[in-house]
Design a binder for this molecule. Structure first.
Ligand SMILES: Cc1cc2nc3c(=O)[nH]c(=O)nc-3n(C[C@H](O)[C@H](O)[C@H](O)COP(=O)(O)OP(=O)(O)OC[C@H]3O[C@@H](n4cnc5c(N)ncnc54)[C@H](O)[C@@H]3O)c2cc1C
Length: 455
């Protein structure tokens, strides 16, 4: 661990190039999550060292793997190309979703996915539990989650019944109930989950890394891994200036990103550039009138304007940018503002301004939006990957990172509750197809449906 940085200043659109926004990689300072607090910088790997396990990539996935391996007693080296949280994990929308969708896609998993579902149910509060256990100050709040709909929805009612039968506190709300929870008459129906909520994902990622380091993990930043090859009975993970010799390697580089050392892995996901916006702090009484419990909000079925309200009284939202227009933050901020004004008339006279705008890249396992479950790959003897966390990395990263760490530490691959995959079985033929479909057709259609009030 090196020095502590000064509080980074928020940087506007001018600070990053159009190409950086389009690729989902404007400097991490653009992310609204990094403006809150100073963070640690980790120095580069400059020696040849040994560890039981080398973990590559310090996003939500790699940080959790490293933390839980270290907690179990393994010696761990966590190697990050830039700094922890610099990928999607420092750039997301902050929702912590406490439930799973489309369970039918788990039917080919071990025990038809039932054991995985059970683990999810038991550990659905993992984000909040980890923050408490390791004293991670990530502005995490179990404030619940609301799925808001313009009219009653049979599929939501069925979902509520299903999860209630598994012990969840989820309420179906009519127009009166919705008005109480969201302070608008716009929604006639919705689900209110009392668990889930919000987190600053950048601070959560960095908090897990700091906790791992506190437990003895060696953490290296500014160290892109260039090669991973056999070295006798071990693997040698090499960067420009150093290497780690390890019995096991776990790759958490988010599938598509920078893992040319296992090209098969890079071909297993559908990358999609998403964008997010944070407002400047809004008067507390205004937020109280919109969302007194500060539940994370999403709109069913379009999800066009997710809302998280953070501990600094800011609102954070996310969407998918128009093709070729990912750098135009004001466009997406204005979409969000129009939604607020239309849905919550009490905001019309409030001066709500944009504080930050940024983009990031999600890695999905399927071109079907809702079939997007994470993947765990066996790449070679002792080399694994956890990737494709899709749009629910805030919970899947910590959860599956812990699960994989337990399986690897115990050396019991048979205990994995997900299928062990090979990249060959998941090779994506046209990786850009998903992005094309979503940005050209699905989002414009969703915006039209929303505009016409059809959903
Ligand atoms: C705009 C947006 C909104 C989102 N909203 C939500 C949300 O509200 N809730 C939610 O749960 N999820 C959300 N997501 C998804 C979530 O952010 C991701 O699923 C999650 O962050 C993925 O974590 P990861 O660790 O797999 O990948 P990443 O966070 O991308 O981490 C991968 C890391 O690997 C490093 N790396 C890459 N190559 C190398 C190399 N060669 N050597 C060393 N290191 C390397 C990268 O620098 C990076 O730090 C959103 C994503 C975006 C972009």
């Amino acid at each position: 661990m090196e020095k502590t940085l000064e509080r980074p200043l928020p940087r506007g659109d001018a600070a990053a190039t159009k190409a950086e926004y389009e690729s989902g990689k404007p400097p991490i300072h653009c992310s609204g999550w990094t403006t809150v607090r100073p963070h640690q910088r980790y120095g580069a790997l400059q020696q040849d060292i040994h560890a039981d396990v080398a973990v590559i990539g310090a996003g939500l996935a790699g940080s959790s793997v490293a933390l839980h391996l270290a907690q179990l007693g393994a010696s761990v080296a966590l190697i990050e190309a830039r700094q922890p949280g610099d990928g999607a994990s420092g750039r997301n929308a902050g929702h912590v979703q406490p439930f799973l969708d489309h369970l039918e896609y788990l039917k080919d998993w071990p025990n038809a996915g039932q054991d995985f579902i059970q683990m999810f149910i038991e550990q659905r509060n993992i984000v909040f539990d980890l923050c408490e256990k390791y004293r991670i100050d990530a502005d995490a709040l179990k404030s619940g989650m609301v799925e808001a709909a313009l009219k009653p929805q049979k599929s939501l009612a069925a979902k509520a019944r299903h999860w209630r039968s598994m012990g969840y506190a989820v309420e179906e709300l009519d127009a009166t109930g919705m008005r109480k929870i969201l302070g608008t008459g716009a929604y006639q129906y919705g689900l209110h989950w009392s668990e889930g909520g919000r987190v600053n994902p950048y601070l959560l990622t960095n908090g897990m890394v700091a906790a791992a380091a506190g437990l003895g993990a060696k953490v290296f930043g500014d160290s892109p891994v260039l090669q991973c090859h056999r070295d006798g009975a071990l693997w040698r993970v090499a960067t420009a200036q150093g290497s780690v010799r390890a019995g096991k390697v776990i790759i958490c580089t988010s599938g598509h990103d920078g893992n040319g050392f296992f090209p098969g892995l890079a071909a297993t996901s559908y990358p999609l550039v998403a964008c997010a916006v944070a407002t400047r702090p809004v008067p507390k009484e205004v937020l109280d009138s919109i969302n007194p419990t500060r539940a994370a909000v999403t709109q069913f079925p379009t999800g066009l304007y997710p809302i998280v309200m953070d501990g600094s009284n800011r609102m954070i939202s996310a969407t998918i940018p128009h093709p070729g227009r990912a750098s135009e933050g004001a466009v997406y901020f204005n979409y969000f503002l129009n939604y607020l004004h239309k849905t919550f008339p009490q905001t019309r006279d409030v001066d709500i301004q944009m504080e930050s705008y940024w983009t990031g890249v999600t890695a999905s396992s399927s071109h079907v939006y809702h079939a997007d479950y994470p993947n765990i790959f066996q790449l070679d003897d002792g080399v694994m990957a956890l990737s494709n966390l899709g749009t629910w990395g805030n919970i899947m990263g910590p959860l599956l990172g812990r699960h994989l760490a337990q399986v690897v530490y115990a050396d019991r691959p048979q205990d994995l509750l997900l299928p062990w995959l090979t990249p060959q079985s998941r090779t994506v033929r046209h990786p850009d197809w998903f992005s094309f479909k979503v940005r050209r057709f699905m989002l414009p259609a969703a915006r039209l449906v929303d505009k016409l009030g059809l959903a």
